[in-house]
Design a protein around this ligand. Structure first.
Ligand SMILES: *[C@@H]1O[C@H](CO)[C@@H](O)[C@H](O)[C@H]1NC(C)=O
Ligand SMILES: *[C@@H]1O[C@H](CO)[C@@H](O)[C@H](O)[C@H]1NC(C)=O
Length: 250
């Protein structure tokens, strides 16, 4: 199976008001995410049947038939990224973008190493809504994505530590198929040349209460495991146990 990813969810409006250079980079990256082909998953080792490698995605992926998934959820503890200034990664859950290449509906958190400590950005972040909540390492965050039609959906982020919830309605001009469900840690791409941003050491991200529903209820158990491999080096180690997906930086 060859994975391809084309995120195309277009947002109703957006505000990019983060002052720092880093903020501008993150903001541009986010803007690109909304409209451009960013991720490409490639199978590089066909000898391993249950595991695939990608240059920028690690986690668990279900790829089923059309209209299988309308909801995906997962909860994780926000990690402290380490490495050099600017190293970054993100953790998110989503629908489509793997075998359905016309659109992706997802939500999560970007984390970037900076001189003053890690910076966190929720995405998609529109209309100044998600930025209203701040995020700190150790927070327990529940992510939900719900497709309400092939062209619209809702994403929510719920700070379980503080019981604070935010939600965004999104729409797309391209069709969401409901074919794929995924729980992912991603190495982000540069907003300008799409090269990979140096990957932050995120330690471990574990998605718990990971469930996808639609025609049926799926846990990650039995899903395809994807790990990140760059220049012949495997950078993550992913495992699945029941309704949890654990992605470790190695
Ligand atoms: C979650 O709550 C904690 C503590 O109550 C707070 O420090 C943090 O900023 C909140 N995070 C989010 C994502 O709202
Ligand atoms: C997220 O989905 C769960 C169901 O798995 C639901 O109980 C919860 O209220 C949802 N959170 C938000 C913020 O909508």
């Amino acid at each position: 199976m060859l994975f391809k990813v084309v995120p195309l969810f277009l947002l109703a409006s957006m505000v990019l008001a983060i002052p720092s250079k880093l903020g501008a980079r993150v903001a541009r990256r986010r803007a690109n995410r909304q409209s451009q082909i960013i991720n490409r998953l490639e199978q590089v080792d066909s000898a391993i049947s249950d595991e695939q490698y990608s240059d920028n995605w690690a986690g668990a992926v279900w790829a089923e038939g059309d209209n299988t998934f309308t909801f995906v959820t997962g909860t994780f503890v926000v990690p402290t990224p380490s490495g050099n200034n600017g190293d970054s990664a993100s953790a998110w859950v989503g629908i489509d973008g793997v075998t359905c290449t016309s659109a992706i509906l997802r939500t999560g958190v970007d984390f970037t190493v900076s001189a003053n400590g890690p910076t966190y950005v929720f995405y998609p972040d529109i209309a100044g809504y998600f930025p209203d909540i701040t995020i700190t390492a150790g927070d327990v965050v529940k992510l939900n994505v719900t497709a309400s039609s092939p062209y619209s959906g809702t994403v929510t982020i719920d700070n379980l530590t503080r019981n604070e919830k935010v939600s965004q309605d999104l729409f797309s001009f391209s069709r969401l198929c409901g074919q794929d469900a995924e729980w992912i840690v991603e190495d982000n791409r540069d907003e300008e040349d799409f090269s990979l941003v140096p990957f932050a050491n995120f330690g471990t991200v574990t998605f718990t209460d990971a469930i996808a529903t639609g025609t049926d209820t799926y846990t990650p158990s039995g899903a395809t495991i994807v790990d990140i491999q760059q220049n012949g080096k495997v950078l993550t180690s992913t495992s699945i146990a029941g309704s949890s997906v654990t992605i470790k930086y190695v």
